[in-house]
Design a protein around this ligand. Structure first.
Ligand code: PEP
Ligand code: MN
Length: 444
């Protein structure tokens, strides 16, 4: 693997989507401070996740990865984090129980503070300002002050990540994620929604199974907490570089800002800075693949990012769109399968299905999301490969950002609770509906 100098090769390569900062001296000071701060995750945890993802690549486990499109500093509070975790735990329980498969739980949490943008600016009522690039860079509010890039935000992002991850660790290890709490996660939800009631029935079955096992004398540790991993898009390379440390045990570099890092659709150029940097860290990594990806692109990415063919090292997160998944995905999978490279395949059914409602809100149809997941399963089943997981944007709150679903939201409802800082998220009921559908597809 790489020496320290090799971790800086990206600096000589084209790096898309990097913010322009006004004062390079301020950026240098911030980066030096970041480099002194403690790791957020440990190398051993990253290795463990790599092993879990190797199970996924072998067809023996399923990934549930999700969270906000863009986390915010204001949203890094106990209620919001607990609600997201609760929803993720509920989805995971549905999948584990109804599909009888081990679920690898990865939050799009504790670091998802930087966003790539299609346009550098945003116009409203004839006023043009720089686009919002995530709380790590500038503010969402549409004022010149908020939209100014501020490098001090890199430090705030680190601290918000630390606070969030601390809560996640406490919730998942400190009793809250105990399987005997399956009903409690649903308490405030059960009466309100068909998905909540469906969940309650499943939780009742789990209760009976647990009581039975306890009566038999079985009460394994696995029932009392869950393994939870953090992830975000590795977009701002100054930040990721400052948080990359050489592990004292192995002598290898790990990006300790999160367990799992991925390269976005806009920054996956083979000769670009992002691919180079991520090729040199030891964490398990992912790459988003959109409908313009050619089979040769996929092979070239494998060659750069996982030349040793290590299972669990590389995950492809495909985001084709419901209308294209059945045509665009098979050639990629076919070629990768022929190469023999071990890849975990995950479906992001969100980013290929975004459109603008007449009200101007960016939204997604739940039916399109479900259809892309269904297409993903069909394609993998037809080719004999493993549909390895889903990557979604969701929240634990009752927002109205995506239209349709079991408790339907129509376009006219979008304004009611449209709270996302970036892309539209599934709300809790929509997320649970998706989990039930995925469990059914998995069992088939
Ligand atoms: C995202 O995950 O929020 C995102 C921008 O996705 P993509 O890189 O696939 O467009
Ligand atoms: Mn998004």
């Amino acid at each position: 693997m790489s020496t320290t100098n090799e971790l800086d090769v990206w600096r000589g390569l084209p790096a898309l989507q990097q913010p322009q900062w006004d004062d390079p001296a301020e950026v240098r000071a911030v980066v030096e401070e970041l480099a002194q701060l403690p790791p957020l995750v440990f190398a051993g945890e990253c290795d463990q996740l790599r092993e879990r993802l190797a199970d996924v690549a072998r067809g023996e486990a399923f990934v549930l990865q999700g969270g906000d499109c863009a986390e915010t500093f204001a949203g890094s509070n106990a209620d919001a984090v607990r609600n997201k975790l609760k929803t993720l735990l509920q989805m995971a329980v549905v999948l584990t129980y109804a599909a009888s498969v081990p679920v690898v739980k990865i939050g799009r949490m504790a670091g998802q503070f930087a966003k790539p943008r299609s346009k550098p600016g945003e116009a409203r009522d004839g006023v043009e300002l720089p686009a919002y690039r995530g709380d790590m860079v500038n503010g969402l509010e549409f004022t010149p002050e908020a939209r100014r890039n501020d490098p001090r935000r890199l430090l705030r992002a680190y601290h918000a990540s630390a606070v969030t991850l601390n809560l996640c660790r406490a919730f998942t290890k400190g009793g809250y994620a105990d399987l005997r709490q399956v009903h409690r996660w649903n308490q405030d939800f059960v009466a309100q929604s068909p998905a909540g009631r469906r969940y309650e029935r499943l939780a009742g079955e789990i209760d009976r199974a647990l009581t039975f096992m306890k009566a038999c004398g079985a009460n394994p540790d696995e029932f009392h907490g869950v393994e939870f991993y953090s992830s975000h898009e590795a977009l701002l390379l100054e930040y990721e570089r400052a948080l990359t440390r050489v592990d004292s045990l192995s002598g290898l570099p790990y990006d300790v800002s999160a367990h799992f890092l991925w390269i976005g659709e806009r920054t996956r150029q083979l000769d670009g800075a992002h691919v180079d940097f991520l090729s040199r860290i030891r964490n398990p990594i992912g790459v988003k693949l959109g409908p313009t990806t050619s089979p040769d692109d996929a092979l070239a990415l494998i060659e750069k990012l996982n030349p040793a063919g290590e299972p669990g090292r590389l995950t492809f997160v495909t985001r084709m769109g419901a209308g294209r998944v059945r045509d665009a995905l098979p050639p990629l999978i076919e070629k990768v399968r022929q190469s023999g490279a071990p890849v975990a395949w995950i479906c992001d059914p969100m980013h290929g299905n975004t459109f603008e409602a007449p009200s101007g809100h960016k939204t997604r149809r739940v039916d399109d999301v479900l259809d892309e997941v269904a297409g993903f399963f069909e394609v993998h089943r037809a080719l004999g490969t493993h549909p390895g997981g889903i990557h979604i944007e969701f929240t634990g709150d009752d927002v109205t950002e995506c239209v349709g679903g079991g408790h339907p939201i129509v376009e006219g409802d979008l304004h009611q609770r449209y709270e996302t800082a970036c892309d539209p998220r599934l709300n809790r009921g929509q997320s649970l509906d998706l989990a039930f559908m995925v469990a059914e597809l998995y069992r088939k």
